[in-house]
Write a new protein. Sequence first.
Length: 561
Amino acid sequence: MEIKTVSADFSVSGQLVSEDLTALRKAGIKTLICNRPDQEVAGQPSCADLTELARGQGIAMYYLPVVNDTINSNDVNTFTTIFNTAEKPVHAWCRSGLRSITLWSLAQVKHGADPSAVVTQAQGLGFDFRSFTKRFAAVIAEQTNAFREYPLAQHCAVLIVGGGASGISLASSLLRRDPTLKITIVEPADTHYYQPGFTLVGAGIFSLEQTARSTAELMPGKVNWIKAAVTNFLPEQSEIVLNNGTRLSYDRLCVCAGLKLNWSAVEGLQETLGKNGVTSNYSPELAPYTWQLVKGLQGGKALFTQPPMPIKCAGAPQKVMYLSADHWRRTGWLPQVQVDFYNAGAVLFGVKDYVPALMSYVEKYSVKLHFQHNLVKVDGPNHIATFATTDKDGKAILVETGFDMLHVSPPQCAPDFIHNSPLADRAGWVDVDQATLQHKKYANIWGLGDVTNTPNAKTAAAVRKQVPVVASNMLHDIRHEAVLAAYDGYGSCPLTVAKGRIVLAEFLYGGKVSPTFPAWLNNGTKPTWMAWMLKKYLLPWVYWHLMLKGNEMLTDSAAKS
């Protein structure tokens, strides 16, 4: 254990073990703060075990686990409270001490320290703080109340952050329930996409234009649309900050900000997207390139990847594989194409009931499956993909493979302005109750769609079921009534295994299968033509003409109050 003294009453270090506690007691330490989450690595001592041992040494222990990239104002405030009330001196630790010194530094800035001064101090102790002020700019601004000079543009009775599928559907649903509501949506984008259609664009079945509408065309007429982006949340003041230098206040807020496609998490990927045979249906601009590659491939090696969860539509990474392989089968080129699926997870699909049907198509197309292989690097010009995995002894290794075509499903995370906000959980997602979708700390805030930490599949079908729950609960809250509506985790994933055949996966929290249609109409665990017709024709119509208009067909009537 190397102790780094930060001040007369504060020090940091890397991971502690039981033997270190005696040395810390002899050094006079009175309070310990653990900033490392339990079970980050195998064999790591738990905070509970160390707390018992510390108590025997007469040392108090606090547990404040954080992840460096998602440290937010709540973490800083909690750390400050612990430190101010703790018996001194205090020693904090994590894996290397970086998270502990970061919390300390942000707390110092909160109390008036110059950010450059805390950077210099941390650098002097051997910590890499070069990105500190940029990485934690939002937290620093919140802690120093830097927004107090921003003009308050307006007050909103109901404020929705995000004008995608979730935000527009919620506004429409609320207005159907109460046309007198004053609703404001903050959304910067001019174009709205039907994202479930990207799979069919990449298979040459839809054109990209079929998936796009103007945001203005879809925005409910009674809604006040502010075309801007959010930079900060100030939930203690019930305010948000916009990138145009103004603030908005609100009575009630719903965050529908979607997720971020984290292309930069894979080395070399951004530089080669859209060329060198590298594509992704997750981007509307790239989905047509997928079809171009599929049509042009008459032999060679085609790789399809799936990143760690959570991701938008967990079936999408393999849908594109099945449709591509089906095209090569129909054109006679499949025997000349080696198809490989590299999945960072350990199973083909998270709900086991659907795996047999999927495996039958894996075998039909002679797909080679590679589980627990995570794409970490792409060398586009040389057509080489690198995956992180483990060998038979459990040792971490890198595996390289060549390709002629590479379809990448990118790693995904919460948007930057969310994951460092006071609304986020440890992983960066909006922290809501998984049933009511109300924020766990701020009672006048709700979350909806991909941006939340609910343990369901992130799909448009999930949004369709979540919207009535949030609309009902927000209105109950406005009326000062009990919040009663509950989301059951419903998600749906039309697993397109061939042109004209889909396995319609529908499930609740815990992977419980929950079919909408009777078995005689659609056997959800087997591929059917009926599910294909649903995907190609009915669901887009439902999306544009019902869901975005607030019509809640096939949703729980208990949420329709």
